[in-house]
Design a binder for this molecule. Structure first.
Ligand code: UD1
Length: 337
């Protein structure tokens, strides 16, 4: 099947592209290189020994996106990753986020909806806000967004749901990711933030490598067993596999409703301090840390109830937290070489 992956050279997109090629899908990557580089394309080719079709396009360029679809009129499904994702930046530059994340999605939907090309949308557990109940099921209410980034995910979900309801035969799956971490088992692709990393693992590995000052632990006064926040960390390889399973579900027209929502996480909660200890144990490398105050906007705890995707689609995780952390370290070492 021919599959279009928007943002296919980004962190999650590159791992999904690799798996798609390994499963013999034909892949078209659309990426504007705003937060990645062309070297990722070479790495994908090295891993898979296959050549995806690539075009440097920004989804906000409606004419260019339409022309791409005119050239590839046999696209069977789309996986949409292309979006900005830095929470703090979204607070400082909301219009950048609303323009890029929403306009890009609208341009895509303009083409997909009339042709009834199914869509897999990358959403986030951020839509749940500070959870009322744990583990978080898909029935948990969506809370007011804490950032423009989170708002674009909520709006994206709503816009897609409205389109699915309006156009019979147009189907979508919304995947609510918890915290993706780690890198490809080959260590040839991984997360490569530009500038100072904002997320835990990218900063942790750079601090472990001596490239950054001590990892700041954002708060140890939360009402959790060790005082630090709890998250659900999922190996990016497991997350990529969930996309393959969901895409098959869409392409085989197995949906029971036009829009389906699945949490994708490990189902386990780990505190920030537990992650640091697990990293040190898994790699034998010590991480310099410094306890500082809480980070504005952080939720206390978030971990997934994954029963729905486990039972309905038969997907489950294969990798442990330690394996994910080891892969993140292997990738960091490779980047430094
Ligand atoms: C949040 C969202 C996630 C979204 C992501 C985008 C929630 C629950 N999660 O992830 O859906 O995709 O933003 O960026 O809303 N930490 C430190 N020191 C650091 C960095 C992080 O202690 O230098 C801590 C944070 O306080 C947090 C944990 O590590 O407790 C994970 O943080 P991070 O990796 O930034 O992800 P989230 O904020 O959970």
């Amino acid at each position: 099947m021919k599959v279009l992956v928007t943002g296919g050279l980004g962190y999650i997109g590159s791992h999904v592209t690799t798996l798609l090629l390994e499963r013999n899908h034909e892949v078209i990557i659309l990426d504007d290189l705003s937060n990645t580089s062309l070297s990722v394309l070479n790495s994908i080719e090295n891993i898979t020994q296959k050549k995806p079709f690539y075009e440097q396009i920004n989804l906000c360029d409606a004419a260019a996106v339409k022309a791409l679809f005119d050239r590839h009129n046999d696209v069977a499904g789309v996986i949409h990753f292309a979006a900005h994702k830095a929470v703090a930046e979204s607070v400082a530059q909301p219009l950048k986020y609303y323009h890029n994340n929403i306009e890009g999605l609208l341009n895509l939907l303009d083409l997909l909806v009339p042709k009834k090309i199914p869509l897999l949308f990358s959403s986030s557990c951020t839509v749940y806000g500070n959870a009322d109940e744990l583990p978080i099921t898909e029935h948990h209410p969506v809370k007011a967004a804490a950032s423009p980034y989170g708002a674009t995910k909520q709006m994206g979900e709503q816009i897609i749901t409205d389109c699915c309801n309006a156009q019979a035969g147009f189907h979508a799956i919304l995947l609510r990711y918890f915290n993706p971490i780690g890198a490809h088992t080959s260590a040839q692709i991984g997360e490569a933030p530009q500038g100072v990393p904002q997320n835990l693992i990218p900063y942790l590995v750079e601090a472990a490598a001596g490239k950054r000052p001590a990892l700041q632990i954002f708060g140890t006064d939360y009402p959790t067993p060790d005082g630090s926040c709890i998250r659900d960390y999922i190996h990016v390889m497991d997350l990529a596999d969930a996309h393959i399973v969901c895409l098959a579900h869409l392409l085989e027209k197995k949906q029971t409703s036009p829009t389906e929502i699945y949490n994708v996480g490990s189902g386990k909660g780990h505190s920030v301090l537990e992650v640091v200890t697990a990293f040190e144990k898994a790699t034998g490398i010590s991480v310099p840390t410094k306890i500082v105050g809480r980070r504005k906007g952080d939720v206390l705890q978030a971990y997934a109830d994954t029963t729905k995707i486990n039972t309905q689609l038969g997907w489950k995780t294969k990798y442990s937290l330690e394996e994910a952390l080891r892969s993140a370290w292997a990738w960091e070492q490779r980047r430094n070489n």
